[in-house]
Design a protein around this ligand. Sequence first.
Ligand SMILES: [Zn+2]
Length: 72
Amino acid sequence: MRARACIKCREYIVIHPNNPLNQTEINMFEKNHHQHTLITVNLNEIREEYQSSKRNGKGNGDSKQEELNSHA
Ligand SMILES: [Zn+2]
């Protein structure tokens, strides 16, 4: 599984190639971080150090998954 990640913010978004909604999210992610450095990597290379950018305020049934591993 691959992800787009921002080196500066240490955030990532998982890439789901067959999911059009996901592509919208990736576009938004890229816009949010367009002045930063974005990379495409395998998720398992970064998931321990980066955190998911997915914290959308639209309550669409998803239970809050806070994967905040706050080791600075
Ligand atoms: Zn960023």
